[in-house]
Design a protein around this ligand. Structure first.
Ligand code: IPM
Ligand code: MG
Length: 359
């Protein structure tokens, strides 16, 4: 099969982790007889430096013309002073919106090899951690009106949190469909004791539940959810939540699995074209030092094969290679525990590549 992939290396550790993912993809292509064609796309801080815009329209068009998009990470302190609408992160938000990828899928699953890297007590980890956060990605407070004004001589900042029933319904359906394919438990997370948008969210989720009698729906307030994720993560199967709650809870969920460096994510809309990225940021403090963990991005590439290209065996093959390398005791700094063998970003990528085997 031949597929085109728009590749956004981005800023900070972005280029080094994406490089490793591309080497892995190329080897998979060789093994399975595919051809992946890459188009380079500038987005984020590097695009601000080159074009004065974190996502110039022609860059978005390149993404829309590809079968899928693979992204490293964007942002860094260098661009902290630029105005809000021109920040590197704004490029990412415009890309998500421009691609219409409203459903962001973030797995929190513990690799047994990394159980000791989890900050949770062993007895909690032993009960199992394997859930998925379905995060609404192109609505809510991220996309409401943002404004800083002066009122009576004082600065006032406004960020609007707005959801339409339709936006809630389409992500809710993804939540139910996802739960149906897994453990059939869906937890809808909101703040309905305070927010109107959350009360609407809850109402729509319960309406949808009538179409999914086989899925057990529960509701949880977001503050309680933050607590339950560290108290007993084994209770969760699928969590569906709005944009900002999902952003925060997915960082928390990744940490209990050992490291944010391990977690990939997929973002999909109505078609098969997706945006695939690790959930971590650009980590400028460790950039260009060969210290980054490329596994999140390599697993994001695997997700791309599985969900956008219908290449399940190819994705399995990448995940098995990651597992084999962890079994052999190799670790980047973020997942290092005494007794294991510490390697850099390039070496971790190379080890995964040499462990790729066609089943
Ligand atoms: C994420 C990141 C982004 C987000 C930032 C970089 C805008 O934290 O993907 O979780 O908040 O969505
Ligand atoms: Mg985040």
């Amino acid at each position: 099969m031949e597929k085109t992939v728009a590749v956004i290396r981005g800023d900070g550790i972005g280029p080094e982790i994406v490089e490793q993912a591309l080497l892995v993809l190329n080897r998979v292509a060789e093994l399975f007889g595919h051809k992946f064609r890459y188009t380079d796309v500038d987005m984020g801080g590097c695009a601000i430096d080159k074009y004065g815009d974190p996502l110039p329209p022609e860059m978005l068009n390149k993404c829309l013309a590809s079968d899928s998009v693979l992204l490293g990470a964007v942002g860094g302190p260098k661009w902290n002073g630029v105005p809000g609408p021109l920040r590197p992160e704004k490029g990412l938000l415009r890309l998500r919106a421009g691609m219409g990828v409203y459903s962001n899928n973030r797995p929190a699953k513990i690799w047994p090899q990394l159980a000791s890297a989890s900050p949770l007590k062993q007895e909690i980890v032993d009960k199992g951690i394997d859930f998925l956060i379905v995060r609404e990605l192109i609505g809510g407070i991220y996309f409401g009106r943002h404004e800083t004004l002066t009122q009576q001589g004082e600065a006032v900042a406004v960020d609007e949190l707005r959801y339409t029933e339709g936006e809630i319904r389409r992500i809710g359906r993804i939540g139910f469909e996802t739960a149906r394919k897994r453990g059939k438990k869906l937890c809808s997370v909101e703040k309905s004791n305070v927010l109107d948008s959350s009360r609407l969210w809850k109402k729509v989720m319960h309406e949808l539940a009538r179409d999914y009698p086989d899925v057990a729906l529960s509701d949880m307030l977001v503050d309680n959810c933050a607590m339950q994720i560290v108290k007993d993560p084994s209770q969760f199967d699928v969590i569906v939540t709005e944009n900002m709650f999902g952003d925060i809870l997915s960082d928390e969920a990744s940490m209990i699995t050992g490291s944010i460096g391990m977690i990939p994510s997929s973002s999909l809309g109505d078609g098969s074209r997706g945006l695939y990225e690790p959930i971590h940021g650009s980590a400028p403090d460790i950039a260009l030092k060969d210290l980054a963990n490329p596994i999140g991005t390599i697993l994001a590439a695997a997700m791309m094969l599985r969900f956008s290209f219908d290449m399940a065996s190819e994705a399995d093959c990448i995940e098995a290679a990651v597992s084999a390398v962890l079994d052999a005791g190799f670790r980047t700094g973020d997942i290092y525990t005494p007794g294991s063998c510490r390697v850099g970003c390039g070496e971790m990528g190379r080890l995964i590549l040499t462990n790729l085997r066609k089943p």
